[in-house]
Design a protein around this ligand. Sequence first.
Ligand SMILES: [Zn+2]
Length: 325
Amino acid sequence: MTEQPRWIAGVDIGGTNLRVGLVPFDGGVPVAVRQERTIPERGPAHVVARIVDMLRSAVGEVGWGTVAGVGVGCPGPVDRGAGVVLETPNLGWRNVPLRDLIAEATGLPVTLDNDANCAAYGEWWQGAGRGAERLIGLTLGTGIGGGIVLGGEIYHGASDAAGEVGHMSVDFDGRLCACGSRGCVEAYASGPGIAARAVEGLGGAAGSGLAEIARNGSGRVTARRVCEEAAAGDAYAVRILAETGRILAVAVANLINLFNPDVIVIAGGVTAAGDHLFGPLRDEVRRRAFPSAIGACRVVPAQLPDTAGMIGAAGVFKGVVYDGV
Ligand SMILES: [Zn+2]
């Protein structure tokens, strides 16, 4: 029997950044980490060529014979069986045979999964949800990504489209979402959703630092600025984050009632808001979900803020190739 390989390459393709790193075969801190801007407007061939360069450079650092293969996480619905990215609004890709492109260029076996699934799997394998039997992950960013891990496996559904937690509606006649539906939690609690709600309420927010930013043109009101102002004690910003927590709680309470999970892991920059977000979120969940289910479920911030996707993509490779998942 051949020696067990020491590393699995993880690739996290984001709308803003590409991350590549080598994850220890049995988990641990990634090495040879590479990060570059994605520059999606230059097209898939350009992005794939740069991912391959990053992989060659990283694998060269530890030696080709020590790397088992490559796990890739990519936004948008994917066809895992065919290894094809079907559509990514963030990147502008359609029907890109990503798995085979990377496999042919590197000579390594490759697996492909959705990036939010990989992030949830990373938190289950190595992060805040380690050892949980039933985990649901949410990543609050430009959108809201979601992933469901049951019994150590990602739940993919009938056509690899499961886990779209961000498009769970919290208001049937509510805000229009990028997906075409209405009232999706993503339209309220993603970065742009938080910023939009903050801007809309500025008329009643005299004295807020956010009103000042909007008035003097010193910058845009963003979710990050909302968090910063809240940390500095700005009452309006605190109120926006509390409302964000309550809106998220509607989705979280639905997930708790539906799945009765052990843990819900929430990732993304806005989790830096800490108790300003999680306090109202947990209070509202208690008002909405079944007590026996709440008692069994931890709602916690993620532990792998930048690396969950990369680590999870490597974990997915290991599960598919070595554990037959
Ligand atoms: Zn939606």
